[in-house]
Design a protein around this ligand. Structure first.
Ligand code: FMN
Ligand code: SF4
Length: 450
């Protein structure tokens, strides 16, 4: 696909507003949840996060979806991400939402709970809470099966965080219901092994997310934007050929219908029963970067020896990388989830967003015009080119130096600041470092929110 300029009015499908029941977004481009470890260890936010999110608003995106924001200290996925778990965090979010809006975009906060899946351990808690007591298949972090009382506590934590999002005058909420975190751990028959009313049939597995939606609606009322990010399929076999298939598209369509009935205003389609997963973010498995950065994670769970072999030791790691890249080779990265989104969109009457590899205006316009999705969310291509929407607006089809889907940003963010680590996109290593470090160049917070 070329990066040549075409007629500036070439993408009317992209630059038309998207109307949800309770929110209008100026165009069809959303920044997907991506963030580095930019905040304080206690879950309070910093000016670095503000600078990070504002950067994409300035680049012309219609709405910024925050990175995963824990609703409870025991639900953090990786330390140094800001939380919305207590009322004293509200002033920071008031400021953050205001700055993003002033820069031209809406701000949607993604409320999340890790469950058994995390990136690295935290001193805050030892064992994850999950639908099961079986550890996650990648790191092997220990977890305990939630009791009914714990389920009720976490449902309430989601609802209180939603209330805070409204009090902070944000533009909406996304429930992180995908990619292997707590809600997937309930929805997926490959993970959820409960025998009570939260496990077994689809109706039972969907009970927890539906309780979360209803409890949130009680707190925020019916007139505040609420969307749900779901993994349309587990695709367990993409990672482990012996894995159970897990959630099917047909099951997800039914769950989406129930979510809409319960009060969800929009759906955001992802895939994969763990994170990361060969479909999400799809692309390369950057072995050199994995060997360098995986040390922090290697001894986190009970799978240390297996992972040492799988990720660090040739030729086993080369075999694993080939397995990883199989899905992307077969399906193509750009729009990898589009047919899943299309199938869901046919069955629901709320706007549907699609995640996965989008970075060509022509592909995005076709996705919208052909009824595959109402809008797209973009992650890595915006890390590489934060001003991609402005480039589209000027008539470009692609950025001159597009994202290569190398996944080096993903692998590096646990130890180093999030940014684009693909050196081939820069004239020198120094330029790459300047680009990565630019997020630390000021967006000072007023003293009352520090
Ligand atoms: C560094 C990094 C962090 C991410 N964090 C989140 C997250 O907090 N919540 C989430 O739902 N997805 C997260 N994702 C997934 C992205 O939001 C996005 O859906 C995925 O990367 C596919 O889109 P892309 O191909 O445009 O990057 C993350 C991805 C990356 C690379
Ligand atoms: S490191 Fe850069 S080029 Fe590679 S996937 Fe991330 S943003 Fe794209």
């Amino acid at each position: 696909m070329s990066s040549e300029k075409t007629n500036g009015a070439a993408w009317p499908a992209i630059f038309q507003p998207l109307q949800f029941r309770n929110l209008e977004v100026k165009n069809r481009l959303f920044r997907s949840s991506i963030s580095g470890r930019f905040d304080n260890y206690d879950g309070s936010g910093t000016e670095v996060r503000v600078a990070w999110d504002v950067k994409f608003a300035r680049g012309g995106i219609g709405a910024v979806i925050s990175s995963n924001t824990p609703v409870h200290p025991r639900g953090l996925i990786v330390p140094n991400y800001s939380h919305l778990d207590s009322d004293d965090k509200v002033p920071f979010y008031v400021e953050l939402g205001k700055r993003v809006r002033e820069a031209g975009a809406k701000y949607i906060v993604q409320l999340a709970f890790s469950g058994r899946q995390r990136d690295i351990p935290s001193v805050v808690y030892d064992k994850g809470l999950s639908s099961t007591d079986k550890p996650d298949p990648i790191h092997g972090f220990p977890c305990e099966r939630m009791t009914r009382a714990q389920i009720a506590e976490i449902v309430d934590a989601f609802a209180q965080a939603a209330r805070r999002a409204r009090e902070a005058e944000l533009d909406g909420i996304e429930i992180h219901g995908c990619n292997g975190y707590l809600i997937t751990q309930f929805l997926s028959p490959a993970i959820n092994d409960r025998t009570d009313e939260y496990g077994g049939s689809l109706e039972n597995r969907a009970r927890f997310p539906l309780e979360v939606v209803r409890a949130m609606r009680k707190e925020i009322g019916d007139d505040f934007h609420l969307q749900f990010k779901i993994s349309a399929i587990d695709d367990g076999k993409a990672l482990f050929p012996w894995a159970k298939e897990g959630t099917t598209l047909e099951e997800s369509i039914q769950v989406c219908k129930w979510l809409v009935e319960a009060g969800v205003d929009g759906l955001h389609i992802s895939s994969g029963f763990v994170f990361p997963h060969p479909r999400n973010p799809a692309g390369s498995f950057p072995l050199a970067d994995v060997i360098r950065s995986y040390d922090t994670m290697l001894s986190s769970g009970k799978n240390t020896f297996r992972n040492y072999l799988m990720f660090r030791t040739p030729p086993v790691n080369k075999g694993f990388a080939l397995l990883w890249e199989r899905r992307a080779r077969k399906l193509g990265v750009e729009g990898i989830n589009l047919e899943l989104a299309r199938a869901i969109k046919r069955e629901v009457d709320v706007p549907v967003l699609c995640a996965g590899g989008f970075q060509s205006a022509s592909v995005i316009a076709r996705a919208i015009e052909s009824g595959g999705a109402d809008g797209v969310t973009i992650g890595r291509p915006l890390i590489a080119n934060p001003d991609l929407p402005n480039l589209f607006q000027q008539g470009h089809d692609r950025a001159p130096k597009p994202c290569t889907y190398c996944n080096k940003c993903l692998i590096n963010f646990v130890e180093s600041p999030l940014g684009c680590y693909e050196q081939s996109r820069y004239s020198s290593r120094e330029e790459m470092v300047r680009h990565i470090m630019s997020v630390y160049e000021g967006a000072p917070l007023p003293s009352e929110v520090k």
